[in-house]
Design a binder for this molecule. Structure first.
Ligand code: PLP
Ligand code: SF4
Length: 450
C-alpha cells in the first residue's frame, strides 16, 4: 500500500497549557497572546502540529483563516466578557476564580441551542437512550462514547460546552446494544450517522466494535452508514500513515462489502484544507474502499464568507471525487457574534458561488439552519404583492410533512437565525409554530424557535 517509505508523523496536541511551545507563536504580539489566554479560558482551544505546520500560513496571521479556525481571537468574546476575564487574569486570581468566571460567561453564551438536550432523545421500553438522537424519520444520530473529542477544536463549534467540560457527556453511549435494538424496532430508519466530537479520533479497533454490529442480517433496512468527521482536515494521516490506517480502511471496505453505503461526511471549511498532498492521498485511499465522501461546513465570517472561497472549495471537492452536501448557518451559541453571517448575505454568497460551478457541484444545499423545528433553507429574497420577503423551506422537518413547503418571512437583512424572523404578510406566526407549541408545551411555555 501507499504507506511504504512514508514518514508517520505523530500527533502533538496544543492547548492553553502548552501552546507557547509552538515555535511560530513567537510571531504573535504580546497583545495577541494575552487574547489567547483570555478567550481560551472560556471557549475551547486545541490545535495540533499538522494544523500549525501544514495548514496555517503564519505570514498571514492573524488574518489567516485556519488560524482563526483554531486559535482564540480577541473579538470572539463580547467586550464586557473579555474585560471580565482579563481583569481576573491580570490580578492573578486563583484557578477556582478563573473557572467560576469562565462558567459565568459561558452560561450567557446559549450553551444548549436548538433543544439538543431534551427533545430528540428516544426511548426503549421506557428507558431514555442518551447517546442516540432520532429527530428525522430516516436518520438516527449516534454518539459513541470514545468519539467525543476532535483532533483540534473549531472556534465556532456548537458542541463547545462538552469540550470545555460544562456538559457531562450525557449524549455518549458506550456500547451499541441499545442502538442495534432500537434499529431493529424502527424499520423506518435507513441511515445511522456516527457523530461526536469526531468518531475518527477512535482507534480502528474500537470503531469496529461500534460499527460491526450494524452489519448483522436483521438490519437490512439500515442502508446507509455515515461518519461525520473533520479528520481529513485536522489529521489526514489517520487514513494514510497512522499505525491503524490500513485497519481503518479495511473496516470501510468491510462495510461496503456488507452491502451498505458508507458515507464519510467530511467537514471542510476552507479550500486550504484540501491542498496538502497528504489530504489528497487520504481522500484517494478512502474512495478506493468504495466509500463516498460528502462535504459540509458552516459559512463563517472571518474564515470563508466569500463566494470565491466556496466556489473554489466545491470545484476542488468535485475534482477529487467528493460530493458537496451542505452549507450551514452557524448556530446561535458561543462566538456566534464573531462568525455569524446574516441569512440574506449567506444566500447571496451561496448563490454567487453556485453560479460559478457546474452541475456536478450543485448537489450542495443551503444555506441551512439546524433549528428546533427542522433544517430550514434560505431560498432567497423575493417580492410578493409589493412586500419584500425572504423565502424559506424545510429540508428536514420534525414533522416530515413540513418538508419542501415554501414559507415567507418579512425581509430582514440583519436576521441571522430563525428566531430573528417574523412572518410576512402580517401573519401572526409561521405555519409550523402552532404544532411546535402543542408538541413541546410540556418543556417550555414560551418556546424559542432556536
Ligand atoms: C442534519 C441532521 C440529520 C441528517 O439529515 P440529512 O438531511 O439526511 O443529511 C439527521 N439528524 C439530525 C438531528 C440532523 O440535524
Ligand atoms: S471538528 Fe466538528 S465537532 Fe470537532 S470542534 Fe470542529 S466542528 Fe466541532
Amino acid at each position: 500500500m501507499a504507506t511504504i517509505g512514508q514518514q508517520a508523523p505523530k500527533l502533538h496536541s496544543y492547548a492553553l497549557h502548552n501552546y507557547e511551545r509552538i515555535p511560530q507563536i513567537q510571531k504573535l504580539s504580546a497583545e495577541q497572546r494575552f487574547a489567547i489566554e483570555v478567550v481560551g479560558r472560556v471557549l475551547p482551544f486545541k490545535t495540533n502540529n499538522y494544523v500549525v505546520d501544514e495548514l496555517i500560513d503564519w505570514d498571514r496571521v492573524p488574518d489567516d483563516p485556519i488560524f482563526v479556525l483554531n486559535f482564540p481571537q480577541p473579538d470572539m468574546l463580547l467586550p464586557h466578557h473579555f474585560q471580565e476575564m482579563a481583569r481576573v487574569l491580570q490580578k492573578g486570581a486563583s484557578r477556582e476564580e478563573i473557572l467560576r468566571t469562565a462558567n459565568h460567561i459561558r452560561m450567557q453564551l446559549n450553551p444548549h441551542p436548538a433543544g439538543q438536550l431534551e427533545y430528540n432523545v428516544p426511548e426503549l421500553d421506557g428507558q431514555k437512550l442518551y447517546g442516540i438522537q432520532h429527530k428525522y424519520r430516516q436518520t438516527v444520530l449516534f454518539f459513541p462514547n470514545q468519539g467525543q473529542t476532535c483532533h483540534a477544536y473549531c472556534s465556532f463549534c456548537f458542541r463547545w460546552p462538552q469540550f470545555v467540560g460544562i456538559d457531562e457527556l450525557k449524549f455518549a453511549m458506550r456500547e451499541t446494544e441499545y442502538l442495534v435494538e432500537y434499529l431493529r424496532r424502527h424499520t423506518e430508519v435507513t441511515d445511522v450517522l456516527f457523530t461526536g466530537g469526531d468518531p475518527l479520533v477512535m482507534r480502528a479497533r474500537i470503531l469496529a466494535r461500534y460499527l460491526e454490529p450494524l452489519l448483522e442480517n436483521d438490519l437490512a433496512h439500515l442502508q446507509n452508514i455515515r461518519i461525520g468527521t473533520k479528520a481529513l482536515s485536522y489529521w489526514p494521516y489517520k487514513f494514510v500513515t497512522d499505525s491503524d490506517a490500513d485497519e481503518l480502511l479495511r473496516l470501510f471496505e468491510k462495510i461496503v462489502q456488507a452491502g451498505k453505503h458508507l458515507a464519510i461526511m467530511a467537514h471542510f471549511s476552507h479550500p486550504r484544507e484540501l491542498e496538502t498532498p497528504i489530504v489528497q492521498q487520504a481522500i484517494q485511499r478512502i474512495r478506493n474502499t468504495g466509500a463516498e465522501i460528502r462535504t459540509q461546513s458552516p459559512i463563517l465570517r472571518n474564515i470563508n464568507a466569500s463566494a470565491s472561497v466556496w466556489a473554489d472549495m466545491w470545484r476542488m471537492q468535485v475534482n477529487m471525487g467528493m460530493v458537496p452536501y451542505y452549507m450551514f448557518i452557524v448556530r446561535d451559541t458561543g462566538a456566534q457574534h464573531y462568525f455569524s453571517v446574516p441569512l440574506v448575505e449567506a444566500w447571496q454568497i451561496f448563490r454567487q458561488a453556485y453560479q460559478e460551478v457546474s452541475g456536478l457541484a450543485r448537489t450542495v444545499r443551503g444555506p441551512s439552519m439546524s433549528t428546533t423545528p427542522g433544517k430550514i433553507q434560505m431560498l432567497g429574497v423575493s417580492e410578493v404583492q409589493g412586500e419584500k420577503v425572504m423565502v424559506l423551506r424545510f429540508l428536514q422537518g420534525r414533522n416530515p410533512d413540513w418538508v419542501h413547503r415554501p414559507f415567507f418571512a418579512k425581509y430582514d437583512p440583519k436576521a441571522s437565525w430563525l428566531d430573528d424572523l417574523e412572518p410576512a404578510f402580517g401573519e401572526r406566526e409561521f405555519f409550523f409554530e402552532k404544532e411546535m407549541r402543542e408538541k413541546f408545551q410540556k418543556t417550555s411555555n414560551s418556546l424559542q424557535l432556536n
